[in-house]
Structures are given as C-alpha cells and as structure tokens.
Design a protein around this ligand. Structure first.
Ligand SMILES: Nc1ncnc2c1ncn2[C@@H]1O[C@H](COP(=O)(O)OP(=O)(O)OP(=O)(O)O)[C@@H](O)[C@H]1O
Length: 248
C-alpha cells in the first residue's frame, strides 16, 4: 500500500480485548479530501477503528500515520484533535442554552473559556468564518435561535459546524443520520458532500439509502478487518458482504 497523497494510513492495526481481536490486522488508506463510507455489522470494529485514529485506544500492533508523517500512535487524544482530526459522535452534543451562533463561536475560540469567549470582541475575519460555517451547514438563518430549539437534524448539523470551525483536515462522523427524517437525511448527504474535498470525511453509517446518496467508495468491515472495498453497487453484490451484512 502507498502512503503517498493519503491523509490517513492504517496498516496492520490489531486491537485485542482480553484476547478477542476487535481489530485484526486492519489496513485502510483515506486520500486527502476523500469522503469514505464505512459499513459493517454490529461488532465489526468500526468504533474501535475511530478510537484508534483519535488516540482513545492504543493498538497492540500496526501503524497509523496522519498526513505525510505524523505517527498517531505516539500522540494523545488532545494532541490528535489539535493536529486536525475532528470526531462527531452519534448523539448531538451542543450547548443547548446558547444560540446557534454562540455555539460556533465557542468552537472557534477553542481554548478560551466560555465567558471569555462570548465577551471577546470578534475580529471581522472571525465573524466571517462563523458565517461561512453556518452557511455550509445550512443554519445561517438560524443564528439567533437557541440550540435547544433546533430539530434533531439541525443539532447534528450544528455540531458538524462546530467541528468545521476548528478547521480539521479529517472529519470522523459516526452514524450522523440515525433518528433523522428522510428530508434531513438527504440534506445531510448534501452537506457532507459540500465539506468533502476541502477535508477528508470518514462516515460510519448503517443507513444504506444514505450511503447510496453519498455516492462514494465504501469499505465493509467484518470481524475487525476489511471484507470488501469499492463502489456500493460493487460491494453490495459480493456474496460475502450479502452473507455477513446486507442479506440479514
Ligand atoms: N473495551 C472493550 N472491551 C472488550 N471488548 C470490546 C471493547 N470495545 C469493543 N469491544 C468489542 O470489540 C468488538 C468491536 O466493537 P466495535 O464497537 O468497534 O464495533 P462496531 O462495528 O462499532 O459495532 P456497532 O455497529 O454496534 O457500533 C465488539 O465485539 C465489542 O464487543
């Protein structure tokens, strides 16, 4: 496998929990600006893979390289986030008692405390950046609303916006459309497509119609390793994939 031009290079990653291999010699390469969908049955290792990339779990063996040469296995979670890897967990976690605008402003400020961040006078370029982020996630007209009053889908988009404010090069998104309406699901696919290109996006999702809408290369995980990889039509026609995942 070649590392050239990749934003993420995983090679031979193995994670054992009491002898059980949650990841078993997993290798995966994500290109710069690429969007990739990761699918696979429950227990396939999708969450564990995200945990390894973000420094939450250390593998027993393997290599994990970010960009040209950053060895992720020597960095802790905070360092990895600062390096430019953003992670969105399944459930939205926004500051409900703050406005949509303030949520993005807080994310932009990052290291400043909440009070300090909100009383800090915004530089024109910070204001512009917040507007850009809200526009990207389709919430520009919602800036003054309290986050608590947003729909479930809008909260998910806001949290994606909060990650974008931190300018990641790689965004990991775990089951973004769970609990969304069909319209919100379709909008989320459009949103992620707008984001990909300027940054790489790895999306874990069980919703096949959403994965189809993304229209990107799919990696099927099974028992901690890659079972199949390619366009959705191709992998979904493979007998092994049908047997372990799609046919159930
Ligand atoms: N801390 C842990 N201790 C022991 N076993 C674990 C631990 N974390 C995960 N596992 C096991 O590793 C396997 C992979 O789990 P993982 O959560 O990565 O799968 P997944 O593909 O994300 O599944 P799902 O689609 O259900 O979220 C599972 O069998 C799980 O029970």
């Amino acid at each position: 496998m070649s590392r050239h031009g990749s934003i993420l290079y995983l090679d031979g990653i193995t994670v054992s929990f009491d002898g059980f291999k949650a990841l078993n010699n997993l290798s995966l390469i994500i290109g710069e600006g690429e969007m990739r969908a990761i699918i696979g049955p429950n227990g396939a290792g999708k969450t564990t893979m995200m945990d390894v990339i973000t420094g939450k779990t250390r593998p027993q063996s393997g290599e994990a390289v970010f960009g040209a040469a950053v060895d992720l296995l020597t960095r802790d979670e905070t360092e990895i986030a600062r390096l430019g890897i953003g992670r969105k967990f399944q459930r939205p976690s926004v500051f409900e008692s703050h406005t949509v605008w303030d949520n993005v402003e807080l994310a932009l400020a990052g290291h400043r405390g909440v009070a300090e961040a909100l009383f800090h006078r915004l530089a024109p370029q910070e204001k512009q950046r917040i507007e850009e982020v809200l526009d990207t996630v389709g919430l520009l007209s919602q800036g003054r609303r309290l986050a608590a009053h947003l729909s479930h889908g809008q909260k998910q988009w806001l949290e994606i916006g909060m990650l974008l404010a931190q300018e990641p090069q790689l965004l990991l998104v775990d089951e973004p459309v769970a609990g969304m309406t069909d319209d919100e699901t379709a909008e989320t696919a459009r949103l992620l497509k707008r984001i990909a290109g300027s940054k790489a996006v790895v999306v874990v999702e069980h919703d096949m119609s959403f994965v189809r809408e993304l229209g990107v290369k799919v990696t099927v995980l099974h028992e901690g390793a890659v079972l199949a990889e390619g366009p959705l039509e191709q992998v979904s026609a493979e007998p092994r994939v049908i047997e372990v995942y799609l046919g159930r």
